[in-house]
Design a protein around this ligand. Structure first.
Ligand code: PMV
Length: 349
């Protein structure tokens, strides 16, 4: 029996409601490829965002059968309700009583859907936090000091990268040489004070929903010619990323950030069924960032999620100059610019 959910197996649902706010995150070392049920092929590391977050209210009540309704930004959304229904059904071995629940969800994001910011990480961690809160309400003697580990575990089952959103600052997920990391849930990572708060300005180059989902992308790593090399590279980048974050080496960190972003997209371009999520304007923006860095020696770096939009990562020390550069040289390449930074993690509302 799973030790995280074991204590909650034999309980009877009673009415409860809970509201949580949870952030999105940007992976500095990417999770791309998985084994079994949401077990990552390599360790990953991310930074929680501050402004880009989801707020979710969930009302749980006893019912004859599992029923889920979901309202996103004031509109019923049957597709997302179905996803939550399938997710809850996947917990039935550990929590058989979920089949006797009515679950009513109201959720909203501070950022536009399809903006290159992982709404699945914020959305599914926010729901998992309301569910964890419910478990603790049903069994009040559950150990408080592993609340966020449990929430991270439950987030991971819903969407891998969501498990890293339950902590503020930086978090790591996946077996690694670092002590205490595990494939089951994420853990927070302490970093050097110089890097404890970084800017992440998102250039939204295209807000159109991508035509190949991350789920399909992970699947395409199963028979990818470079899969094993990529997992080895990610493990090495993970170790290097942890040591640059701990030592406050912004240049070293920036090199890894960009290598990871490009490697993620290289996997898409070289998969057995190749595809490309980068757009011509993404490449123009990358060239402009590289030119700016060469000419000014100012530490401005980029990352990419599974989409065309560029995350510009930089310390506060050069914020004024970099913000000016972004506004004057990059805004013509983007539909929208979102100025975000390292966040403090989720909170109960
Ligand atoms: O959590 P998923 O299954 O949506 O996969 C996320 C994958 C990336 O966002 C591309 C990388 C990551 O580690 O967040």
């Amino acid at each position: 029996m799973n030790s995280f959910l074991g204590p909650f197996r034999d309980i009877s649902p009673i009415p409860f409601e809970s509201i949580w706010e949870s952030p999105s995150n940007i992976a500095f070392v990417k999770y791309w490829g998985k084994k079994g049920h949401q077990i990552p092929a390599n360790p990953s590391l991310s930074m929680a965002l501050s402004e880009c977050k989801t707020t979710t209210k969930t009302i749980f009540a006893p019912a004859d059968e599992l029923r889920v309704s979901l309202n996103l930004e004031g509109q019923n959304n049957d597709r997302f309700a179905k996803k939550i229904q399938i997710y809850l059904e996947s917990l039935v071995v550990e929590l058989p009583w979920v089949l006797n629940l009515s679950v009513v969800i109201e959720t909203s994001n501070t950022f536009p859907h399809g903006a290159g910011i992982a709404s699945s990480a914020s959305g599914l961690s926010a729901f998992a936090l309301t569910l964890t809160d419910y478990l603790y309400f049903l069994k009040s003697d559950a150990s408080e000091n592993i609340f966020f580990q449990r929430a991270s575990y439950l987030s991971r089952i819903a969407s891998g990268s969501a498990c890293r959103s339950v902590f503020g600052g930086y978090s790591c997920w996946g077996d690694s040489e670092l002590s205490k990391t595990t494939n089951e849930y994420a853990i927070p990572l302490e970093v050097h004070s110089e890097l404890s708060s970084l800017n992440d300005t998102v250039l939204v180059i295209s807000g159109t929903e991508k035509n190949v989902s991350s789920r399909t992308g992970h699947e395409r790593m199963n028979d990818h010619f470079f899969a094993e090399s990529r997992f080895t590279q990610a493990k090495s980048n993970f170790n290097r990323c942890v040591s640059t974050l701990r030592s406050g080496d912004v240049e070293g960190l920036g090199i890894i950030l960009e290598a990871e972003a490009l490697s993620l997209h290289a996997m898409m371009l070289t998969s057995p069924n190749p595809y490309m999520l980068l757009k011509p304007k993404t490449l123009s923006a990358i060239e402009a960032v590289w030119d700016f860095r060469r000419q000014t020696k100012i530490p401005l770096y980029f990352s990419l999620d599974a989409g065309p939009n560029l995350h510009l990562i930089y310390p506060d020390s050069h914020k004024h100059k970099i913000d000016q550069f972004i506004t004057s040289e990059l805004s013509h390449l983007s539909e929208k610019i979102i100025f975000d930074r390292t966040g403090n993690g989720p909170r109960k509302c």
